[in-house]
Design a protein. Structure first.
Length: 168
């Protein structure tokens, strides 16, 4: 893979289109932790061994992107908010001054702010949009993003505006 790919390109396109984007067919598998999902990527991704350095979790009915993990700079997130997006290898400071709360997806909720979640020495975990259906985590060491994870809520809150999502 030569060009950086924004993960929103994986949303609702299906495994064949994702294979075309990545340049090779990722392994497809199922996991009991993700019922009704299709997972693209080697099962060993957790140990850092994957042909395209990511795990992509799709809803098996409509192919909505419901999970993503990577430790590769080949993928970016938040390109609708930060010029060039955010990727592994970027300094976390790239995100610190952005006002995510007052974006359309931030919905003026202080709980959606970019914030530090855990810290153990030089290793830190940050999150953004944590009160929304789709959210992001950033795992950082010495101020540099080491991995990125995107997830979705298990809840289906009533009256939630699903037309306003992070990955549109």
């Amino acid at each position: 893979m030569s060009a950086q790919i924004d993960i929103k390109q994986f949303n609702k396109v299906g495994p064949e289109a994702i294979s075309a984007l990545l340049g090779n067919p990722p392994e497809q598998w199922e996991d009991n932790l993700y019922p009704d999902c299709l997972i693209l990527g080697d099962e060993e991704y957790i140990e850092g061994v994957c042909s395209f350095n990511a795990r992509i979790v799709l809803d098996d009915k409509n192919y909505s992107l419901i999970g993503f993990n990577t430790n590769s700079p080949n993928y970016c997130v938040l390109s609708d908010y930060i010029s060039g997006g955010v990727k592994v290898g970027d300094p976390i400071s790239k995100m610190e001054n952005y006002d995510f709360v007052h974006t359309k997806y931030g919905r003026n909720k202080d709980s959606n702010a970019f914030r530090l979640l855990t810290s153990m020495g030089e290793t830190k975990e940050y999150g953004v949009f944590l009160d929304e259906f789709q959210f992001l985590f950033f795992y950082v060491s010495n101020g540099i993003i080491q991995s990125i994870a995107m997830g979705t809520s298990d809840d289906n809150p009533p009256d939630y505006d699903y037309t306003n999502l992070l990955l549109m």
